[in-house]
Design a protein around this ligand. Structure first.
Ligand SMILES: [Zn+2]
Length: 188
């Protein structure tokens, strides 16, 4: 699969072997890079990704689904109203997404409400409903079996990770990717 080769050879690190995996995950974490773990099921990929989340320092966050930075909130709710501020441990900022052929770019990245887009403007935060990946904001996004997703979605995800923007429907949306991305691929 061309996309997989592309991801591994030029954009992400291919990690094989448990000890080496751990070491490389840590260095990727320090260097703020995205990681793809390639291996069969049952080698503890989820556990490794969770361990990374545990290493993260606790943060102060708004009490919302997206762990918004109180000084620079991301979600429509926090942009429009004041939220309680809580302390969140790293493991509470771990999100696992199961790759599947049914997953859509809208599920993952979010969606634009066309009526609100007309009212507030297409790039307004009011018109945007954040997708699943934003629940990993300021934490770890573990994307299991990435290669089971439609290629279109993999491309959209790659664009977000690299450029911090995505094309949703006919709109280009700025989406700052504020999380550590750990993907897994099953070579079978
Ligand atoms: Zn928020």
């Amino acid at each position: 699969m061309l996309m997989t080769d592309y991801l591994i050879s030029s954009k992400f690190e291919d990690i094989l072997g448990q000890d080496e995996t751990k070491k490389q995950l840590k260095s990727a974490l320090l260097m703020n890079r995205n990681v793809i773990i390639v291996g069969p099921p049952g080698i503890g990929k989820t556990t490794l990704a969770k361990n990374i989340a545990k290493l993260l320092k606790p943060i102060k966050a708004n009490n919302c689904q997206y762990h918004c930075d109180p000084d620079n909130p991301l979600c429509p709710e926090c942009k429009t109203s004041k939220k309680e501020i809580i302390e969140l441990a790293g493991i509470k900022r771990f999100i696992r997404i199961q790759g599947s052929p049914d997953l859509t770019a809208e599920d993952l990245l979010g969606d634009i409400d066309p009526i609100k887009a007309l009212k507030f403007g297409p790039l307004s935060i009011e018109a945007f409903t954040p997708g699943k990946i934003f629940k990993a904001n300021r934490g770890v996004l573990f994307f299991d079996e990435l290669n089971r997703c439609p290629e279109k979605l993999q491309n959209a995800l790659l664009q977000v990770l690299e450029e911090g923007k995505a094309t949703i429907g006919s709109y280009d949306v700025e989406l700052p990717a504020n999380f550590i991305f750990i993907g897994s691929m099953n070579p079978e």
